[in-house]
Design a protein around this ligand. Structure first.
Ligand code: ADP
Ligand code: MG
Length: 328
């Protein structure tokens, strides 16, 4: 039992960045408008994600980190119109089995926040009142404590720095998709990355990427035969001068599927449609033949709303998420 649980957890949670991603998505699902991420020792000693979202109801606390518990789906109809990032109830439980987890939370109805300590099965072992405002703070200590090989893999300073860079890339991506979200990233007590609330996606890009990088990219939006799947993002201009920015072309590619960042920097302009077609084929079987000159084209415009917000997350994207690309 223990071994199987550890095995499945270590597939969901493979790195610091995957913990951060799961926690941020929970915060976004809880309608947070501000998220503060604090890392110590590149996240291996401590990862803390604090949000100002809805908080967790007292009744939900005992089950929140039990595998396959989710407060987000209650009927099969819900499954067909998913509007949240999470729905499998796997993340928090998985994180518990490979680290020490504290959850501090307060809803609008609560008088004060309570900090809960969870054991490796996701059960609450102790609780105490605390002083935080509305929202949830998840603290993850000693990640991979029981996975020495995984821990060893991240023991070099190069690996650690790469991991920190991936966290920043992830925040950059969420910063772009969520203009009205405030984010800070602190490492060993120093704020190393932040984004303020802005009014639209273009401003969000400016603020996280800077104007020089922005001017070397084009937004794209692609609607395919499957209306539930929306592909959007930013790609480097074909003729762009790399010397203008410190970022390479692949670092200037941001691809979102239904508002979820795809962390696969190798995907470049030419291969995007191919990559997506492959995903669709694997999920839905062969594509219907495209009608020439219709719908099967990519719209590249440099103005207006470039990131199409369907605010819909679907099963397909989740299925491709952690296992479908090596970065997560
Ligand atoms: P899922 O997101 O798939 O539901 P998780 O394991 O990520 O599963 O989270 C389990 C449950 O814990 C969620 O369904 C939610 O009820 C609660 N939860 C976790 N993080 C937060 C948060 N930051 N704010 C509010 N509720 C949360
Ligand atoms: Mg979740």
């Amino acid at each position: 039992g223990e071994t199987i649980r550890l095995l499945s957890s270590s597939q969901v949670i493979t790195s610091v960045v995957s913990v951060v991603k799961e926690l941020i998505e929970n915060s976004l699902d809880a309608s947070a408008t501000g998220i503060d991420i604090k890392l110590e020792n590149y996240g291996f000693s401590k990862i803390e994600v604090r949000d100002n979202g809805s908080g967790i109801k007292v009744d939900d606390v005992p089950v929140m980190a039990i595998k396959h518990y989710t407060s987000k789906i209650s009927s099969s109809e819900d499954l067909e119109r998913l509007t949240t990032y999470g729905f499998r109830g796997e993340a928090l439980g998985s994180i518990c089995s490979i680290s020490e987890v504290l959850v501090t939370t307060k809803t609008a109805a609560d008088d004060f926040s309570i900090q809960y300590a969870l054991d490796s099965n996701g059960h609450v072992t102790s609780k105490k009142p605390s002083h935080l405002g509305q929202g949830t703070t998840v603290t993850v200590l000693n990640l991979f404590k029981n996975l020495p090989v995984r821990k060893q893999f991240y023991s070099t300073s190069r690996k650690c720095k790469e991991e920190l860079k991936k966290v920043q890339d992830l925040l950059t991506a969420y910063g772009i998709i969520k203009p009205d979200l405030r984010i800070t990233l602190t490492h060993n007590k120093a704020v190393i990355w932040q984004k303020t609330r802005v009014s639209d996606h273009k401003m969000a890009c400016m603020s996280v990427l800077g104007t020089a990088v922005m001017s070397s990219m084009v937004p794209f939006q692609h609607c395919c035969e499957y209306p539930e799947i929306n592909l959007s993002g930013f790609l480097p201009k074909a003729e762009s001068d790399n010397s203008l920015t410190s970022l390479s072309s692949s670092e200037r590619s941001f691809i979102f599927i239904n508002n979820r960042p795809v962390l696969q920097k190798e995907i470049l302009k030419e291969s995007v449609l191919l990559a997506v077609e492959n995903v669709l084929k694997s999920l839905y079987g062969p594509l219907p033949a495209a009608v020439p000159g219709e719908s099967n084209k990519t719209d590249v415009t440099s103005e207006d709303m470039f990131v199409h917000r369907t605010d819909q997350t679907d099963v397909a994207v989740n299925e491709m998420g952690p296992s479908g690309n090596d970065e997560l």
